[in-house]
Design a protein around this ligand. Structure first.
Ligand SMILES: Nc1ncnc2c1ncn2[C@@H]1O[C@H](COP(=O)(O)OP(=O)(O)OP(=O)(O)O)[C@@H](O)[C@H]1O
Ligand SMILES: [Mg+2]
Length: 256
């Protein structure tokens, strides 16, 4: 499946008095690779929750290829073609890698993913194998998720989203909690699968080295609002961004 066009129009979310997302208008063009950055609490994860239907927006719209998908439930949004991986990987601990992928695909297609997902139908098994291949998970196919390294658990979470053939894939801090070497390995895989699939990829990342190295465009959030957007070079030189980061503890120095 090729990339979809994701448009956020005036998205807003408040929790009581806290405005977590403040009138966010952004467009992600088909097939592009974009990063979202911003200090802790800037509203990055909340923005993904609004796009994926985990939370209803207080105002604003989400459009996928021009179709208004605001307010649809999570399953419906996945079916429309928006996939996501979580800041903390969301897995079935006792399922092996192959079973996890098979179960994800079967559930997505409304087929019963019972305990026998260890023996999925052949077409499902083949699709699971393709995704494992693409993500470099094939050698771990028979390992239960709970016995994977932290990095491989995060990779499996990405693979499970990818297995549903998204047009737009949202990754919330794919390298969180990883050491420098593991981080680059993860990012290289993400980059390769983006190239192979041609999907629209949006990732949240604190590591500026990674962001500036691979993203085609960067969107900066602060206090829920868009502070800046542009190419990595434009964003790096933007005085408002420099000031925001110098003013925050979470500065650009988080890179390894
Ligand atoms: N369910 C909720 N109820 C109340 N406040 C919330 C809720 N979810 C998020 N918030 C608040 O919204 C703001 C944005 O949080 P969010 O998790 O989106 O930030 P973030 O940019 O992803 O941060 P981090 O970089 O730490 O992951 C924060 O002030 C947070 O405390
Ligand atoms: Mg977050």
């Amino acid at each position: 499946m090729t990339g979809g066009r994701l448009e956020l129009q005036g998205l807003r979310k408040s929790f009581g008095g806290v405005v977590a997302t403040d009138d966010v208008t952004l467009t992600f063009e088909p097939g592009t690779l974009s990063a979202i950055i911003g200090p802790n609490g800037a509203g990055k994860t909340t923005l993904f929750h609004l796009v994926t239907g985990k939370l209803p927006p207080s105002a604003g719209r989400v459009l996928l290829d021009g179709e208004d998908i605001t307010g649809l439930d999570r399953q419906a949004i996945v079916r429309k073609g928006i996939g996501r991986a979580f800041q903390v990987a969301n897995l079935f601990p006792s399922f092996t890698v192959a079973e996890s992928l098979a179960a994800a695909i079967m559930t997505h297609e409304g087929r019963t993913a019972r305990l026998f997902s260890a023996f999925p139908p052949r077409d499902i098994a083949r699709r699971a194998e393709e995704v494992m291949e693409l993500c470099g998970l094939s050698p771990l196919a028979r390992r239960p998720a709970r016995h994977l390294s932290h990095g491989d658990q995060k990779l499996l979470d990405v693979a499970m989203a990818l297995a549903l053939d998204p047009k737009v894939l949202l990754l919330d801090e794919p390298t969180a909690g990883m050491g420098p070497e593991e981080r680059w390995r993860m990012i290289e895989r993400v980059y390769r699968l983006w190239q192979a699939k041609g999907l629209t990829l949006v990732f949240i990342e604190h590591d500026m080295d990674i962001v500036f190295r691979i993203a085609e465009s960067v969107r900066v959030l602060r206090y829920g609002a868009v502070l800046a957007e542009g190419t990595p070079e434009e964003v790096r030189r933007n005085p408002a961004v420099i000031e925001a980061y110098l003013g925050a503890e979470h500065a650009l120095e988080e890179a390894p």
